[in-house]
Write a protein of this length. Structure first.
Length: 205
C-alpha cells in the first residue's frame, strides 16, 4: 500500500510548486481544492444537503452558485462549519478511493491548504508543511491573484498560523526563493523510501 504524504502550507507558501515537483518525480498528488470543486458539483449527497441548508438556488444550471454560497458563509463561522461538514467527508472518501487506485505506487500525495483544519491529517501517514516568510507569501499572493495587500492579509489571518502548522509537521520544506527546492523534495522522497517502517499507518476512521 502506498505511503500517503500530506502537503500543506499557507497562502503563497508554494505548496502547489512542491506538488508539481512530486508529480514530475512520478508521485501522483491529489489536489483537494480541485477535487472538492468537482465533487461539490457532482456528488448527490453534497447537492442534496447544500440545497437543504442554503436553498435550491445554491445550484444553478447544474453548477454550484459560488457567490451565493460565499455570501452564506461570510462572517458566519457556524455556517462555514456546516458547509465544511457536508463537503469534507465526501472529499475524504474520494481521496480514499483515489488512493486505492494508486496502490501500485510506493508514494502518493494529498495537497490541501486546510489539510489539518479539515481533519485530513488522519488520512495521511506523513505531513509536509511548505513554509515561506510572511512578506514573500504576501507578495506572491498579490501578484498571483491580482489582489490587494489588505485582502491577502485578511485571508492569511483567517488561516491557521505557520507556527501552528509547523507544530504538526513531520517534514518542513522551506520555499523562501533562496533555499533550493529540488534537493529538499529529493531528501523527503529518500527519507520516506528508506525509512518508511518508522511511519505510523494512517487512521481508518
Amino acid at each position: 500500500m502506498a505511503i500517503k504524504i500530506g502537503i500543506t502550507g499557507g497562502i503563497g507558501s508554494g505548496k502547489s510548486v512542491v506538488s508539481r515537483l512530486l508529480e514530475i518525480m512520478g508521485i501522483p498528488v491529489y489536489i483537494s481544492d480541485i477535487e472538492a470543486k468537482r465533487i461539490t458539483n457532482t456528488n448527490e449527497v453534497i447537492r442534496r444537503e447544500l440545497c437543504a441548508l442554503v436553498g435550491r438556488e445554491v445550484f444553478q444550471n447544474g453548477e454550484l452558485n459560488r457567490p451565493l454560497l460565499a455570501s452564506y458563509m461570510f462572517g458566519h463561522p457556524e455556517h462555514v462549519k456546516e458547509v465544511n461538514g457536508i463537503i469534507h467527508p465526501q472529499v475524504k472518501e474520494d481521496f480514499r478511493h483515489w488512493s486505492i487506485r494508486q496502490e501500485n505506487k510506493p508514494l502518493v500525495g494529498m495537497e490541501s491548504a486546510i489539510l489539518i483544519e479539515a481533519g485530513f491529517k488522519d488520512e495521511v501517514d506523513f505531513l509536509v508543511v511548505v513554509y515561506a516568510p510572511l512578506e514573500i507569501r504576501v507578495e506572491r499572493a498579490i501578484k498571483r491573484d491580482c489582489s490587494s495587500r489588505e485582502l491577502v492579509m485578511r485571508r492569511i489571518e483567517a488561516q491557521m498560523s505557520d507556527e501552528a502548522k509547523r507544530s504538526h509537521a513531520d517534514f518542513v520544506i522551506v520555499n523562501d526563493d533562496e533555499t533550493p527546492l529540488i534537493p529538499q523534495v529529493l531528501e523527503l522522497i529518500s527519507l520516506l523510501s528508506k525509512n518508511n517502517h518508522y511511519l505510523c499507518p494512517a487512521k481508518n476512521n
